[in-house]
Design a binder for this molecule. Sequence first.
Ligand SMILES: Cc1ncc(C[n+]2csc(CCOP(=O)(O)OP(=O)(O)O)c2C)c(N)n1
Length: 276
Amino acid sequence: MEQQNIAELKKIARIIRKHVIEMVYEAKSGHPGGSLSITDILTVLYFREMNIDPADPNNPERDRLIMSKGHASPGLYATLAVKGFFPEDLLTGFRKINSKLEGHVHRGIPGVEASTGSLGQGLGIGVGMCLAGRLDNRDYKVFVILGDGEIEEGNIWESLMAGNKYRLSNLIAILDRNEIQLDGFTRDIMPMPDLSERFRSFGWNVLEIDGHNYEEIISSIETAKKHKDGPTIIIANTVKGKGVSYMEHNPKYHGAPPASQEEYERAIADLSGDLQ
Ligand SMILES: Cc1ncc(C[n+]2csc(CCOP(=O)(O)OP(=O)(O)O)c2C)c(N)n1
């Protein structure tokens, strides 16, 4: 795969991660951990794989992305801003009065397809959008980002059944398998072994990748796009807090910003180190 292209994507991801840290530090609240775990995936989607145009955000042929784990708003908002859906300087208003950038993903912001935050709803919205595309004879793709804590919600499994029933091959779910929920590890809160088998038994095409490996992210999305026999879920094994040393694998930073100026500076320094 083109190494130059991947190097460019990694640079973009680094800018997005720095925005995430700045946004939550400035707001003194927000969710960095689950934003940093999906940054590489969002970068590949918005800067390579999705058919979208920030100058024409409502084009009916566009691909759609639903951030079902709506608390990861810093990650999505920073990606949309860097892509050019709205000015990057608006990011500093995150979670402030009179800013449109609320703590959970909200419609009305260019590029945002659905309001989310109450976990479990995004996959059902994605099913509906795919069915609408079928009625309208359009072949856009719908990407849904799910959390591995989120899939404890029962309505996710209803939506998996519906996605299979209607054989929605334009539906591509990506599971952020960072193994951490709100205040602990998913294995302690609700163990879900054999996830691939579970999804397969619901009739889905299942792919599993390292969610920080660009070759694997790209090739899984391209494989999913070509799959014409039902919906696909990509299980992306990720690290919560990826890129900031003290946030990695640490449940504390699910919903907490850097705790001090020193922590803030360490985060920015970590994100300024050598690119792997
Ligand atoms: C219906 C619902 N129940 C509970 C919550 C509170 N809550 C917010 S985030 C979260 C944990 C989500 O974990 P996960 O999906 O793994 O997110 P990630 O680790 O990727 O940030 C919970 C329980 C919620 N937002 N919605």
